[in-house]
Every structure is written in structure tokens, then in C-alpha cells.
Design a binder for this molecule. Structure first.
Ligand code: NI
Length: 165
């Protein structure tokens, strides 16, 4: 089922999401819906808070909705190692009509559980590394609007608030 995407500055996007202690049938269903919503939205990643669920769950696919060749579901993901720095121009499904240049680590090592509850470890220094940092940011209540400069953020807030009812 395709889910509605929360947009900045909705409160759920600013909350620190809670760890998942058990992969329940409800969470499995949420995972399926998040994958569908990510692909339908033409996204390469989606975090649970973006669909209103403040829990530590993300899905990513760096190959995008046309190829769908690198889907990963990560539960309680944690960056355990990182180094280097890169500038990254990013958009976000929760920040329509907005993009920002964000400083990211060049390489990350991320540990998480997959949808079967198995431990996984991803080490990457390319596009996937950027996506993982962007999505894990969402779990900590941080969006690219928050990472943009003060003026840019204030201007976007003015526009974004007009769209909200
Ligand atoms: Ni995002």
C-alpha cells in the first residue's frame, strides 16, 4: 500500500525515532508499504518517520525505481565507522521543491538488522554511503532543510508553511 509522505516541517520529522525491538507482522507490512512508497515516489531511500512512524527503520535502493537492483531494508542502522568528507547536493521526498548542499562523510560502515532480523554490515564510499547518511539523519530528526544554511532554511520554511493546511 502506498503511504502518504510527511513533509517538513511536520513534527514527526524532527523527532528522534525509537529502536525496534521485534520485527512484528505490522512492521513487516510497514516495510512492504515503505518500499512501494519509495519506488512510487522515485526515491532512492525512505525512512519510517517520513511516513509518520517514529521508529528506526529505513529502506534504500541506490539503483532507483527503474532498476530496483539493490534494495536493502535496515532496522536500527548505526554508523560504526566513517571518514573523509564530501559535499553532496541532495533532495528529499519530505522536502518538495527543495535541494541543499550538505556535508557528508565520504565513507561509512553501517551495522543494522535486515527484515529477517539478521545482522548486516554495509561498507561504502559512493552514492550508497550518502543515501545511508541521509536516511539515518531522518531517524535522528534531521532533514536536509535542517542541514541547509539558516537563511535558506528560513526561506523554505515560509514556502513550506503555505502548503500546509
Ligand atoms: Ni529524505
Amino acid at each position: 500500500m502506498k503511504l502518504e509522505i510527511c513533509t517538513w516541517p511536520e513534527e514527526v520529522l524532527a523527532k528522534k525515532a525509537k529502536p525496534i525491538t521485534e520485527v512484528t507482522p505490522e512492521i513487516k507490512e510497514l516495510i512492504e508499504s515503505m518500499i512501494e512508497t519509495m519506488y512510487e515516489g522515485d526515491g532512492v531511500g525512505l525512512a519510517a518517520p517520513q511516513v509518520g512512524e517514529s521508529i528506526r527503520l529505513i529502506c534504500v535502493d541506490q539503483t532507483g525505481p527503474k532498476m530496483k537492483e539493490d534494495l536493502r531494508v535496515l532496522i536500527n542502522p548505526q554508523i560504526v565507522e566513517c571518514d573523509g568528507e564530501v559535499d553532496s547536493e541532495e533532495g528529499c521526498l519530505s522536502c518538495p521543491e527543495f535541494s541543499a548542499k550538505v556535508k557528508r562523510k565520504q565513507r561509512v560502515k553501517v551495522k543494522a538488522l535486515n527484515e529477517k532480523g539478521e545482522e548486516v554490515c554495509i561498507e561504502n564510499d559512493g552514492f550508497l554511503a550518502i543515501i545511508l547518511q541521509h536516511e539515518i539523519d531522518h531517524l535522528d530528526g534531521v532533514t536536509i532543510a535542517d542541514r541547509a544554511g539558516r537563511l535558506k532554511k528560513a526561506m523554505y520554511r515560509k514556502r513550506a508553511i503555505k502548503w500546509m493546511r
